[in-house]
Design a binder for this molecule. Structure first.
Ligand code: H79
Length: 435
């Protein structure tokens, strides 16, 4: 049984593992207070005090085509938008609630417009759906275990009410799967304590998902939190274990493999600054160089990177994010062959950087300047020729005279013909294509 599940997972995730780089978009009412998407919980904001954000929500500069163009130009191949985050506000025209964007001043189905625009640019599309719901009257807690705003007293008196919430949650997922065309990813967030797996009626939910959209891939959080992976980490995954693992704000040191050493699809989700939702005073942006190195690191371990942006209350992606994305895209236009369709090389991490690999092609990502020859440990004499990936220029490969001191290593000189210098790592990554 589980072998079939694993085989199906492998087939469904083929495009995903090829594409490697996606955009996460956290957007909702919390863009107005602009202190991150957890603001309601962290600051214990009551329904009444959160209501003004619903009343004034009117992102009149929402232009999903511009978002899609930015994602595409950044080299991203897919995108995932928060259809509903923990605050319960829906960015789509759900028939099951009034707490939705179409009932605000903006009056638009933001999810539908997002899907249309991103599909138009040829990107794959996914939706994030929060399992938690701080707005629904039948959800156990208005908050969570870390920052409990307050328990839901009505729920405590009558725990059976949780079933009412589950009907709502299942119903909304069905709406997303049946009314919005083909979706590529369903991103649930998240299980915690004993609220996991069948507590969400996860088998029933997964069966519905598979029957409505057989090719959609689902994350692992119907039975996992960001910290615990669930049974996808084993060689005996449950039916709701998901198609990929979702480490959050962390890159697993050695990728993710099951008990048999078989690689498990995974995607690290990482913020560009320190918040998922828009943070007006958060200017802690990562540089393009960091993003490129982290993307390279993920791919070198068979993983994906889902990089987040948090559009503001008017609907615009912050300029600081756009600047970084543009620079990442510029690097990927020249070096994307070392990322898309690539994975682990099968050699240990070299001292000077990272390897990625596609078939017989090895990509050496030089992150540090090498003093003397570059050690391609593990390669022996298997290097036939080399090119600088960014411009295709030839590199002369020679075995240095002093390499014989280290017979188990493979030192090579890579010299550019005119300068007879070693290729230096540039501000971002120099990539050598080794054939
Ligand atoms: O949607 C994003 C997060 O809102 C969500 N998952 C990603 C994709 C998430 N839920 N829980 N967590 C992340 C982990 C909990 C973090 C917390 Fe906190 C620490 C909650 C309260 C303290 C971060 C820091 C949020 C508020 C303060």
């Amino acid at each position: 049984m589980s072998q079939t599940l694993i085989q199906e997972r492998t087939e469904r995730t083929e495009w995903f593992l090829h594409d490697r780089f996606g955009m996460f978009i956290h957007w909702g009412l919390y863009a107005i207070p602009a202190r991150g998407e957890w603001v309601r919980s962290v600051e214990r904001i009551s329904n009444e005090d959160y209501q003004p954000y619903f009343d004034e929500f009117n992102p009149d500069r929402y232009d999903p085509k511009a978002w899609a163009k930015a994602a595409k130009a950044a080299g991203m191949k897919y995108a995932v938008l928060t259809a509903k985050h923990h605050d319960g506000f829906c960015l789509f025209d759900s028939k099951l609630t009034d707490y939705k964007s179409t009932n605000t001043a903006c009056g638009r189905d933001l999810v539908r417009e997002f899907l249309d625009a991103f599909r138009e640019e040829g990107l794959k599309v996914g939706l994030y759906y929060s399992l938690l719901d701080w707005h629904h009257p039948d959800y156990p807690a208005y908050g969570d275990r870390i920052h409990p705003m307050r328990d839901n007293e009505a729920y405590r008196r009558d725990p059976a009410r949780f079933g009412v919430y589950l009907d709502y949650m299942h119903g909304q997922v069905r709406e997303l799967l049946t009314e919005y065309g083909k979706l590529d990813i369903m991103w649930f967030d998240f299980s915690y304590d004993d609220l996991k797996g069948e507590k969400w009626r996860a088998t029933e939910l997964m069966e519905m998902i598979r029957s409505e959209q057989p090719y959609i891939i689902v994350d692992n959080r119907l039975e996992a939190s960001g910290e615990e992976g669930g049974s996808i980490y084993t060689d005996n995954p449950s039916i709701y274990s998901g198609d990929f693992a979702s480490p959050e704000q962390i890159i697993p040191p050695a990728g993710i493999t099951d008990n048999n050493g078989r690689s498990i699809p995974w995607e690290a989700c990482i913020t560009l600054n320190n918040n998922w939702g828009y943070g007006a005073s958060d200017h802690t942006y990562k540089t393009a160089k960091t993003v490129i190195r982290k993307l390279t690191e993920c791919v070198s371990k068979n993983g994906n990177l889902l990089l987040n942006v948090g559009p503001d209350a008017k609907g615009e992606i912050p300029l600081q994010s756009l600047v970084v994305l543009e620079e990442v895209g510029e690097w990927l236009r020249k070096n994307g062959d070392s990322i898309y369709g690539c994975g682990e090389a099968g050699f240990s991490k070299p001292e000077w950087g990272r390897y990625t690999r596609k078939g017989n092609k090895l990509y050496a990502h030089l992150l540090e300047e090498s003093v003397g020859p570059v050690n391609l440990a593990g390669l022996g004499d298997r290097v036939k020729s080399a090119r600088l990936l960014a411009d295709g220029s030839e590199l002369f490969v020679t075995r240095p005279w002093n390499a014989t001191l280290y017979p188990n290593d493979a030192f090579f000189n890579f010299a550019q013909p005119e300068h007879f210098t070693y290729p230096l790592p540039d501000e971002r990554n120099t990539v050598i294509e080794i054939i």
